[in-house]
Design a binder for this molecule. Structure first.
Ligand SMILES: Nc1ncnc2c1ncn2[C@@H]1O[C@H](COP(=O)(O)OP(=O)(O)OP(=O)(O)O)[C@@H](O)[C@H]1O
Length: 824
């Protein structure tokens, strides 16, 4: 008989303790301990620690067991071993990888138990080997895969976040109304009534739900976020907070809850004291953000609470609670809607807010219907006004946040109301259907949006279709009893989601915007003035530049004139001295030829400066010459370059030359210099007339103009250089100025006339006035299209021949035509 290894094990072990009933015999106690497997020891039920012989898996165990087989106390344990084997046999049926193939052990009788145990041990060891091998592979594999898994997981998370961000951006750009769907849990009442859930929400699909009214029907709906029955208020607000924060950045925000009665609209918006909703949390967030930004922006908050009940607006913060007080919606200048006379209570902390919310809730019209014990019978609206001023830029903004808890949509027939309650329901349904119409019109981009069909839509006009960030909670019931309403709410919400009202824009304080408008106007006006001033400044600068040029030219002319004056004076002195010499010579010769009969009375010289040389004893009495100021001036010959004025009082010798007077210029007709043999007479007649008309307007002598520096033709009246021109220096000066001014006044300058030319300065190619005169005549004689460039025309021989001389008739016509134009 083979030794019983179990008996051996039992002898060396402490008394067996029962294994936990729940753990299967093969369950691993410690992964790293191969021997610590319950199934290694079929008698594990009896011995927690398997016998060492069994762990080695040899048949020696059987021999050891046989030695103690006859011991009385261990017989009881044998019975236990039998139980264990039976259990193994049963487990053997459970699968391919079962430890024992049951058919082989089924018929093992008690005496063969040790052999069976040996077999089991062997099997166990084989399995352990395989386990170790696989474990190593698994560890290796997991080591290899883990980084990849982590990387992929991170990538997936990042992608999800990016997708969400992009989606939100898209929504912002398109100005879509965000729609969150919230499904409440089945109420105990509904469970008792045996209602089933018709809504399926997959937690991994956070924006999708399936509406399953029956086994055959299944309709998916997509929203911006779907909250299931297990999602709490915090989870809901964590998705809402981004929209709430926008109001702090100057955007208008509107959050409203829509749904059938009793689906949790009030629960979502207001919540309960121990589990507060969006209203309270949003205001808490506003104060928190204001605290954070206090270093750069100063915020002030105020709250208004109103309700729309039976198409009437009631102020819920009005302490008088005057039911007769009517509040109307008026449109502001900036196009926004405003309820005039609405109480706007300032709030400084969240406790103030809570007080106001409670006060408003007390005033709210609440009725009771069969659908819901505390069903709200009016639309409740909380308006939070946020005013901000940037402490650095002083930029101000004013934005509103509307928190709206709509009255429940319901089927009147279902609720079974009558009388006042029926009327309320009708009003509620009317306003909700007006809301539906507005949404439909917005979704289909109609030109007319019927906002004014109800007070509710009129109030929410800028929130639904304006530059506002809008978030809608569609509240649904999962109950199969409400599947009709749930489906219509889901359909309505899907339509709302398609509405695009353009990107939201930041709001500025109306007072501020008025100020900005005025400033813009002022700025525009000043800009206009500036432009005008700039223009006149440029003109002045041009004038100044031309004046400077004139001044410079005049200066040069003055210098020239002074030089000429000096030259004349020098010349005068020379002539005087020559004259003196000649006189002396003639006197001397007369004296020598005619001896004096009586002694000559000699006159003593008066001056200190007697003539330095000369043979004569006669002294000339110096005639007094007056300078411009009538101061007697003596010319000092010893210093001819000196200023004559400086010689006052010193010089005794004066010039004998008579005072030079200006030769009067006879005002005469202006003479033409054009060399037009065949048309000379016509030209002279024309010029005579023209000169006469001009000279009648100007008193200045003008005749010298035409002759100065010109190579006149022989037939012209002013031909030659020796005309009646003033020969004095002053006259020369005068001529020069006259030349410049007259030419600029009475002749049109050529198109490219320069200031220098205008001032009478000589152009590079010839005398200054030649070009002007040429132009003057050319302009009158030559057609405009022929006058390609100044200087061409009648002074161009070929052209002259062609245009004037060769075609006298044409020239005359042109001349007459031009003359008419000129006269006009
Ligand atoms: N998500 C939720 N989790 C737990 N309970 C909820 C949830 N939503 C709603 N409830 C419960 O359902 C009941 C009805 O909710 P609530 O009064 O907010 O509905 P309602 O839509 O505002 O109704 P009404 O249109 O009549 O105002 C309340 O007792 C509320 O506590």
């Amino acid at each position: 008989m083979e030794p019983d290894p179990v008996a051996a094990g039992a002898s060396s072990s402490p008394p067996p303790s029962p294994a936990p009933a729940t753990s299967p015999p093969w369950q691993t106690r410690d992964d790293d301990e191969p021997g610590a497997v319950d199934c290694a020891d079929p008698g594990g039920d009896l011995n927690p620690a398997p016998p060492p012989s069994l762990q080695q898996g040899t048949v020696e165990n059987a021999a050891v067991g046989s030695e103690v087989e006859q011991e009385e106390p261990k017989k009881e344990a044998m019975a236990g071993v039998g139980e264990t084997l039976r259990s193994f046999m049963e487990f053997g049926d459970q699968g391919e990888d079962s430890i024992i193939l049951s058919p082989r052990l089924k018929d093992i009788s008690t005496p063969d138990r040790p052999a069976a145990l040996g077999f089991l041990g062997e099997k166990y060891n084989n399995l352990m080997e395989r386990y170790k091998k696989y474990k190593k592979q698994v560890v290796k594999c997991s080591e290899e895969c883990e980084p990849r898994y982590n990387g992929l997981k991170k990538k997936y998370t990042d992608e999800c976040a990016e997708r969400r961000r992009l989606y939100n951006e898209l929504i912002e750009l398109r100005g879509n109304i965000r729609v969150f769907c919230r499904c409440r849990p089945l109420s105990s009442d509904e469970v008792n009534r045996g209602c089933l859930s018709v809504v399926e929400i997959d937690p991994s699909q956070e924006s999708e739900l399936q509406f399953v009214p029956s086994e055959k029907e299944r309709k998916p709906f997509k929203f911006d976020h779907v909250f299931g029955p297990e999602d709490d208020q915090e989870a809901v607000f964590s998705e809402t907070v981004h929209v709430v924060r926008s109001v702090m950045d100057g955007f208008n925000v509107c959050i409203f809850a829509y749904g059938q009665t009793g689906t949790g609209k009030t629960f979502t918006m207001e919540g309960v004291p121990e589990n507060r909703g969006v209203n309270y949390r949003a205001l808490e967030e506003l104060f928190r953000t204001s605290e954070k930004r206090s270093a750069s922006v100063a915020y002030t908050f105020s709250v208004s609470i109103l309700e729309v009940y039976n198409e009437k607006i009631r102020d819920l913060l009005d302490e008088s609670n005057d039911q007769s007080k009517r509040l109307d919606i008026k449109q502001n200048a900036d196009g926004t809607q405003e309820v005039h006379g609405l109480v706007e209570a300032p709030v400084y902390n969240i406790d103030d807010v809570w007080e106001k919310l409670k006060f408003g809730a007390q005033n709210r019209s609440v009725g009771s219907t069969n659908s819901n014990e505390l069903s709200s019978r009016s639309h409740s609206l909380v308006r939070v006004t946020v005013r901000s001023e940037h402490l650095v830029t002083y930029q101000r903004s004013r934005s509103h946040m509307w928190l709206v808890d709509l009255a429940g949509s319901e089927r009147i027939a279902k609720t079974g109301v009558e009388g006042d309650r029926l009327k309320e329901s009708q009003f509620i349904n009317k306003s909700l259907s007006a809301l539906g119409d507005v949404i439909s019109a917005l979704a289909s981009k109609n030109s007319h949006i019927p906002y004014r069909n109800s007070k509710l839509t009129h109030l929410l006009q800028s929130s639904l279709g304006g530059d506002c960030k809008t978030l809608m909670f569609v509240q649904i019931s999962p109950s199969s009893m409400d599947s009709g309403e749930t489906l219509s709410s889901l359909n309505f919400a899907s339509r709302v989601r398609t509405v695009e009202h353009g990107p939201a824009r930041k709001q500025v304080d109306p007072a501020e915007s008025l100020k900005f408008k005025q400033m813009t106007e002022k700025l525009r006006h000043e800009e206009k003035e500036n432009a005008q001033l700039n223009q006149s400044l440029q003109l002045m600068q041009l004038k100044y530049a031309s004046r400077e040029n004139v001044f410079r030219t005049l200066n040069e002319k003055v210098k020239d004139a002074e030089q000429a004056c000096r030259n004349y004076q020098q010349r005068i002195r020379e002539l005087e001295s020559e004259l003196g010499n000649e006189k002396r010579v003639s006197r001397d010769s007369a004296r020598s030829s005619r001896p004096p009969l009586v002694p000559t009375r000699q006159k003593q010289p008066h001056g200190r400066n007697a003539p330095p040389s000369g043979p004569s004893r006669w002294r000339l009495k110096a005639p007094t010459i007056h300078n411009k100021e009538n101061i007697p001036v003596m010319m000092n010959k010893s210093n001819p370059g000196d200023d004559p004025n400086k010689a006052v009082g010193r010089a005794r010798r004066v010039s004998l030359t008579p005072v030079i007077r200006q030769i009067p210029i006879q005002p005469k007709r202006r003479s033409s210099i054009a060399i037009l043999p065949s048309v000379r007479e016509h030209l002279s007649v024309l010029n005579e007339k023209r000169a006469a008309s001009r000279l009648s307007q100007v008193n200045m002598p003008r005749r010298s103009v035409a002759t100065f520096g010109l190579n006149l033709g022989p037939g012209t009246p002013l031909a030659g250089h020796g005309g009646p021109v003033d020969a004095t220096p002053d006259g020369a000066k005068f001529r020069r100025f006259d030349l410049g001014s007259s030419s600029s006044k009475f002749t049109s300058p050529p198109p490219n006339v320069t200031p220098q030319r205008k001032m009478g300065m000589a152009p590079a190619g010839g005398p200054p006035n030649a070009a002007k005169l040429c132009f003057s005549i050319q302009k009158r004689v030559t057609p405009a299209h022929v006058r390609a460039k100044p200087g061409m025309g009648i002074f161009d021989p070929a052209l002259r021949e062609n245009m004037v001389v060769g075609r006298t008739g044409n020239a005359l016509r042109v001349l007459n035509g031009k003359r008419r134009q000129s006269v006009v």
